[in-house]
Write a protein that binds this ligand. Sequence first.
Ligand SMILES: [Zn+2]
Ligand SMILES: [Zn+2]
Length: 330
Amino acid sequence: MTVRRELGRGERVLPGLWRLRLPLPWPGVPHCNAWAIAAGSGIVLVDTGMHEPGSLAQLERAMDQVNLRLEHVRLVAVTHAHTDHWGQAAPICELAGCELWMHPNHEHATRTAGDPVAALAQRLEIGRQSGVPESAIQRYAERFPKGMPSGIARVIEPDRPLIDGVQIDTDLGTWDVYETPGHAPSHVCLFQPERRVLISGDHVLGRISLYYDYGWSPDPVGEFLDSLDVVDGLDARLGLSGHGKPFVDVHGHIEGSRKLVHERLGAALAALEGGPRTAVEIVPRLHGQQLSEQNASWLLSETLCYLTHLERSGRVTREPDGESVRWRAA
Ligand SMILES: [Zn+2]
Ligand SMILES: [Zn+2]
């Protein structure tokens, strides 16, 4: 079966602001967005797309459609250190001779980026803790392609930390940085207050989808909810997210995300009514789908994040059971 891939595409969103739609090799997530913003003699590039064979050419193709070149990039700013948002940062910064600005809590990505064995070990640990049977863990470990590409061209340290209070000057005005951890510990949003435009990364998506990095911060779900309040307070009227089209009902999308988090928290609690369960046993009740090798890492991480959040507010407790953990309603 051949998977028909999208091609990089560029389109103008506002005078001096372009959407660069870049293909992704992931089932169900066909593309991600980078944003180019006019700034003096060049552009600020927000996010980069993922690194894989031919990916830089896709970015160049998208830029070419709106008369931009990689050499025009004066600064690369990334919303968060997921491969589809900063994977190409190193070659772009090198080619353009510009700086990379990113949030300092990028360890969730950089620690395993050049180390597929460590990345696998981390996934297996989540599986064991979730109650995945050892035979399935072993099968997964064997099938995990050793040379699986990381999606990151090369790890580079940011030249400047993107934290609260940092500003980015462009021809469209100054963009304020807001730290918005939850989806990833390194997540930030950029907001242009006069135009009320929000570059929301994967924090607020055009089509609501929840994902959290598990194991890098105390309570990703709590952090995500707090970060939703932060961006809701900005009163943005145009949302430019890491995937999907620009959207205008920013508050509605934030409210939709909040609602879905609370629904899933409620479903996790309901799943524990009959007695203690492992994360593996909770997933089908939470997501309405069975675990597969493809979705396990995502769904188990998400479920563990809800359970951790409920534990912190005293609503569930954990009971170690060998290498796995059972969760009990308090
Ligand atoms: Zn992401
Ligand atoms: Zn993304």
